[in-house]
Design a protein around this ligand. Structure first.
Ligand code: GLN
Length: 547
């Protein structure tokens, strides 16, 4: 049976609940416990898959093909536990399940209500895998008081009530604003937030207070008194220079101890923080710096490429360099020479994306990297752009393009070097898609194997010819052009096991030019960087000595 920590937030959003949850997971692991983290999101989308990155940041894809919240990326990066489809749920999914059951007649003629039907659905979800781990950490999205969050708060209240006493605790994140004029940290918003929680039957056991300043004893005592928590369970969460400091910083503030105390666990082993000390040492003591340009479309919102930015940082840590990421909007040079925008970077990365906007700029960035010998990593759309670039500029297919852009614009303008995949194999299953399919959840999603060519650069980087990486796309490079492109030096060095789908391309006469149809950033960890990112930054570092 797992013990449950429910993590809620108040006062304002973006307090770093996801990070606090992930850091707590890492600390419990460091004490020898097994953990799983889960996110419950009150919004009405069935999953974030159909939301624009501008709305929601990156969509994090799990091995089993779920499109989830980016917080699941934090969870994986800090705990190394691969998230599953059953670790992310939204109101949209809950209501879809309830309404499907209602249509099937599962409720035997009952009136369907938020309590108990919706809350039961949420409770069943929370309970999945109860016997697999020591601790289940469940984060509720949004802030207390949100109308749409109410069924979730009610469900966790009931859940804790249903379980034997002492198996569930509540941790609440709040903000202590600092008023410069009076030089004070204000506790009132925290008091109000806890009052709001208590009104719906939830008493927090641990309070995590974000503040720019250390919390003076007087304020700590005041919070403890007014919020009905133990003084040692008021945990300060100061602003950090790097998120990878979080486990150590939270341990220093006593978070894991407060959680164990709340459960009444007295004999927990001391944490082994060696991994996190090493991670922090690598973050804070780099021996140099490399500058990497991410040439994309969603560059105003860095969360849109969260895992890529983190994976680059991990690659930097492995090579003991700081990675300075600069976000370059591809649209700026759709119809211009990209040189003024791209020169001076030690490496160029073109990330995933959807739709035609900015793609001519990305194709130019691929060409710039190829012809100027700048290390290039193309991810998903970034690989497709590299292939189109080579088709146009090396193989002489002047109108090479992707069917995605023709579908969007209507009409046929491009020779489809990248085409819409309608049928493929996953494990033992054949999957079929139509143009008219729903947008949600219908891409090639989740982990797929790839076979790498012996002697290729990627086989050397991975140290293997069999890999598994996560996908999220509708379109594929057409093998019809393989011979033509390989003759020009763009090798198809990774293929799906049935040989039908190109997974990796690499330019042979280039120091480092690789395109991958999958998302290697999703599996990267600070203590176990994704091989491609590690080597990409090594190449950037080599290049920085030349530039
Ligand atoms: N839009 C492209 C496709 O669907 C690429 C997707 C991506 O980069 N994730 O194939």
């Amino acid at each position: 049976m797992a013990r449950y920590v429910f993590i809620t937030g108040g006062v304002v959003s973006s307090l770093g609940k996801g990070l606090a949850s992930a850091a707590l997971g890492a600390l419990l692991q460091a004490r020898g416990y097994s953990v799983r983290l889960r996110k419950l999101d009150p919004y009405l989308n069935v999953d974030p898959g159909t939301m624009s990155p501008f709305e929601h940041g990156e969509v994090f894809v799990t091995d089993d093909g779920a499109e989830t919240d980016l917080d699941l990326g934090h969870y994986e990066r800090f705990t190394g536990v691969a998230a599953r489809n059953t670790d992310s749920i939204s109101s949209g999914r809950v209501y879809t399940n309830v309404l499907e059951k209602e249509r099937r007649g599962d409720y035997l003629g009952k009136t369907i209500q938020v309590i108990p039907h919706v809350t039961n659905e949420i409770k069943d979800f929370i309970n999945i895998g109860d016997d697999e781990v020591d601790f289940m950490l469940c984060e509720i999205g949004g802030t207390v008081g949100d109308i749409e969050g109410l069924p979730f708060f009610e469900a966790i209240r009931q859940f804790a009530q249903d379980k034997p006493r002492g198996e569930c605790i509540f941790m609440h994140l709040t903000l202590l604003p600092y008023i410069a004029a009076s030089g004070e940290l204000k506790t009132k918003p925290t008091q109000h937030s806890v009052k709001e929680l208590r009104m719906i039957g939830l008493q927090p056991d641990v309070l995590v207070c974000r503040s720019e300043q250390p919390i003076p004893t007087k304020e700590r005592e005041k919070i403890a008194l007014f919020c009905n928590v133990h003084k040692d369970s008021v945990i300060a969460a100061p602003d950090l220079k790097s998120i990878y400091e979080a486990p150590i910083a939270y341990h220093r503030e006593g978070l894991d101890q407060a959680v164990l105390d709340a459960f009444g666990i007295n004999a927990a082993p001391q944490p082994n923080l060696a991994i996190w000390n090493d991670v922090a040492d690598r973050v804070f003591n780099p021996e140099g710096e490399v500058k990497v340009a991410i040439v994309g479309k969603y560059v105003q919102l860095e969360d849109a490429y969260k895992s890529i930015a983190e994976a680059l940082t991990h690659g930097g840590m492995a090579n003991r360099v700081r990675v300075k990421i600069e976000w370059v909007d591809a649209e700026q040079f759709d119809d211009k020479d990209p040189t003024p925008f791209l020169q001076g970077y030690h490496a160029i990365l073109v990330p995933g994306g959807f739709g035609e906007r900015g793609t001519e700029g990305k194709i130019k960035a691929a060409q710039f990297a190829r012809t100027k010998n700048v290390p290039y990593l193309g991810i998903c759309l970034g690989m497709q752009m590299a292939v189109i670039e080579a088709a146009r500029n090396l193989a002489g297919i002047a109108s090479a393009g992707s069917e995605e852009f023709d579908h969007e614009a209507g009409g046929k303008r491009f020779e489809p070097v990248v085409y819409h995949l309608k049928e493929w194999v996953q494990g033992n299953h054949k999957i079929r898609r139509k143009e008219t399919d729903n947008k949600g959840g219908t891409m090639r999603l989740g982990a797929y194997s790839a076979t790498l060519s012996e002697g290729s650069k990627v086989a050397e980087i991975y140290g293997s010819t069999q890999i598994e990486e996560r996908h999220r796309h509708r379109y594929e490079v057409d093998t019809k052009y393989r011979d033509q492109l390989e003759k020009c030096g763009l090798k198809f060095s990774g293929m799906s096991p049935d040989g039908r789908l190109p997974e990796i391309v690499e330019a042979i006469d280039h120091p480092w030019y690789i395109g991958v149809q999958f998302h290697p950033e999703l599996k990267s960890k600070p203590f176990d960087p994704a091989p491609l990112f590690k080597d990409f930054i090594r190449a950037a570092k080599d290049n920085s000595r030349l530039v």
